[in-house]
Ligand binder design. Structure first.
Ligand code: KG4
Ligand code: ZN
Length: 342
């Protein structure tokens, strides 16, 4: 239900393999959050196939948007602005959402607000943590990104650390494939790790020289592959659960260590996590623990707001809209869009 002064955003997200639409009220209240996942389809190929993703987005997007409006019990007329992810992501997939958002905004005479996908992931923290306000540190860990971001204000960011090679989620997906768990790897490693011993195998914790907030995950990924090859060459079997748990611990340790170092150095008292890997149970537990020990307030979205969704895009679009951000009909998909760029 909405009142006259409420600001309602219709948000669209199609940067990877989820076709999603949501209606968000006043930047913090999710009236609907509809996600049509393509995971089952891409599982057949062991990963996301860009061409298939774009085609599926086209098939689903109208229906997903209609459902989002219906579930929110609002009409398009009542919407104040259309928010859409325009990068980074798969160009063909992004284009479907951007073209759709432009068409709706043009036909319904509504302002158009393009949103950076990572700004959306960070904004997911505002949905359930009504008291959370910048400044805070945010660890963004997704399939495509691993960033330590100082959130100075709404829509104002300083990236203080990033991965030099694989993103955290990418490492989870690759290791999962190598140990026979398949796609999508993150949730599967999370699950089998619960039966494994995280101390069974010591995998390397990579630190980047002279860049204390940067990450590198290609070393730990190679170490897992070497371990498996070693076992196979000796004719030995390995425990999938122990490898998964030990790998997960190696990644988590570095994420927590760098994040704690950064909050301390930047004098921040609040830490949030975001992105698909932020739903990892071991990372959440370890980060909560470390924050308690260091007297840092810890924030995280529910798992449904960690992985790709449109509600988070609606929240980010709201803060951009309130700041006066408007995009024109020339808005394009930018696959490598940098955070903070327009
Ligand atoms: O944020 P997201 O949905 O999409 C991107 O923007 O990339 O993140 C997807 C990534 C995938 O790599 C997936 O394996 C990982 O998040 N992921 C997880 C978990 N759930 C999803 N990684 C570890 N543990 C999980 N529970
Ligand atoms: Zn994402």
């Amino acid at each position: 239900m909405s009142e006259k002064n409420d600001v309602l955003i219709l948000a669209i997200e199609s940067s990877c393999d989820e076709t999603a639409a949501a209606v968000v009220k006043n930047g913090r209240e999710v009236l609907s959050n509809v996600i049509s996942s393509q995971i089952a389809l891409h599982t057949l190929y062991g990963g996301v196939v860009p061409e298939i993703a774009s085609r599926k987005h086209i098939e689903k997007i109208n229906q997903v948007i209609e459902t989002a409006l219906t579930e929110a019990e609002v009409t398009l007329d009542e919407i104040d602005a259309i928010g859409v992810t325009y990068g980074p992501g798969l160009v063909g997939a992004l284009l479907v959402g951007v073209a759709e958002a432009k068409a709706i905004a043009y036909a319904a005479k509504k302002p158009l607000v393009g949103v950076h996908h990572i700004e959306g992931h960070i904004a997911a923290n505002f949905i359930e943590n009504k008291e959370l306000e910048p400044p805070f540190l945010c660890l963004v860990v997704s399939g495509g990104h691993t960033h330590l971001v100082c959130v100075k204000d709404y829509g104002k960011f300083e990236i203080i650390g990033r991965t030099r090679d694989d993103a955290a989620g990418e490492a989870f997906d690759k290791v999962a494939r190598a140990i026979g768990l398949g796609y999508p790897g993150g949730p599967k490693i999370d699950k089998v790790s619960k039966e494994g011993n995280p101390e069974a195998i010591v995998f390397p914790r990579a630190h980047v020289e002279d860049a204390p907030y940067d990450f590198s995950f290609s070393g730990v990924k190679s170490a897992v592959l070497n371990y498996i090859n070693g076992c196979q060459m000796k004719g030995e079997t390995f425990s999938q659960a122990d490898v998964a748990a030990s790998f997960q611990k190696a990644v988590t340790d570095v994420l927590v260590e760098n994040a704690m170092h950064a909050v301390d150095e930047y004098g921040l008292k609040k830490l949030a996590i975001a992105g698909g890997v932020a739903s990892n149970s071991s990372l959440r537990a370890a980060m909560k623990d470390a924050c308690e020990k260091n007297q840092i307030e810890f924030y995280h979205p529910s798992p449904v707001y960690c992985t790709d969704n449109a509600a988070m895009i609606g929240v980010a679009a709201y803060y951009e809209y309130m700041k006066g951000t408007r995009h024109g009909w020339d808005l394009n998909a930018i696959p490598n869009l940098k955070l903070g760029e327009r």
